[in-house]
Design a protein around this ligand. Sequence first.
Ligand code: TYD
Ligand code: MG
Length: 459
Amino acid sequence: MKKSITYVCSECGCVHDRWQGKCRECGSWDSLVETVNEPAPAKKTAQTKTSGVRQSVELSKMKFDANEEKRSSTGISELDRALGGGIVRSSVTLLSGEPGIGKSTLLLQICSCMTEQKILYVTGEESAAQIKLRAKRLGIERDNIFLLCETDIDSILSEINELSPDILIIDSVQTMVDRSLSSSPGSVAQVNRTAASLISASKQSKMATILVGHVNKDGVIAGPKLLEHMVDVVLYFEGERSQSCRVIRAIKNRYGSTNEIGLFEMTDTGLEEVPDPSKRLWEDSPKNVSGSCPVCLMEGTRPIIAEVQALITKSPFNTPKRLSTGVDYNRMSILLAVLEKRLGLKFYDKDVYLNVIGGLRFDETATDLGIITAIISCIRDIKLDGGTIAIGEVGLSGECRAINSMDLRIKEAARLGFERILMPKRAIDRLKIKPSGIKLVPIRSVYDLINAIDEKRGE
Ligand code: TYD
Ligand code: MG
């Protein structure tokens, strides 16, 4: 077979025969990259078939080597939590996030914490002097960290062979090149080929590999989606760059659950763990202001108290503005529609802004009641007293619905000193043990909510 040229979409990996401005699969513009396909090596004839040797193994008779799944702690417990208990030997992890969010900082901190391991840090983005400077600033002084400023994959592989490190860090996979391909670094073909080489090296030499992946403007990992399928663990490092809070979230994990998140704060001395997120997020919140309500969300097994803020102003535009940070835009529209229909509140001439403090994201409907409380509190200018929290889902008829893990959420609210919980009546009925020292206010629908907010205004 001769070399052939195809055009591959750098967003979704769809292959086209000729160049065109828009990808027919994902609809993105100017994303097709010319790719030279190398002829595949001649196929070996399947000898095993003729010799009659079966290659599949019966699962129950397979030997299990516990060492294969051996986890080592990264020394950063919030990261361990997101990874499901530590980094697994010969696993490949993809760490992605926006530029400047702190990926390189986190990786250098891992280097300093994993004192037992031999680490090879390959950088294709920064010079050795830059890394050294940062390491000095972060106070990293231990031995056994090897730095390699290289982008050529063959040189990197030979260095891996020579050094046989326990941990390999590649910062970033988009800068790596395989010289046998003519396409430029970061193209679909290059990312695929170099990642595949690194993954097979990782499996062969049983080292844990962390690949840094860039994200594009929409926040998804740049390059082929295939990359996410190839690796064992995909971590997203998120947060508002203007704020100091950072969240690490597993999107895929072949060795554990993807529910847990890790929380960090960016300081002058690098990333610091936030072991008690509820306290950190709730402590600095202004109390006794209208348009703000604490809620409790579950991040994996951990309840976290966060604050949602609403700001509603008269719109100077024909089409009012709706903006939400941390709350799904469609969810906000639904909740506004429920309030318009059920309580007769008017939003058609008002701008609505919603914001979740600390860079968290609400993925649960358990935060509905809190969002609605913040909106009502703002539009009617009622200050809630600081001791009230709202937990529950709101349906389209304005009814308040029970949610899961209510016991854990109540416990967390009590721990932080809340005095009153606005929660679904059904959830209160279902509680086996009624908590003492905290008042549970039953809410059947948004009508009850209005009364509950009115009943105890903050002064
Ligand atoms: P970096 O790890 O270089 O980001 P990435 O590799 O994801 O692109 O982080 C750079 C940002 O982090 C930079 O804007 C400054 C900030 N930072 C601190 O605030 N404190 C620190 O101690 C360090 C090392 C970085
Ligand atoms: Mg970096």
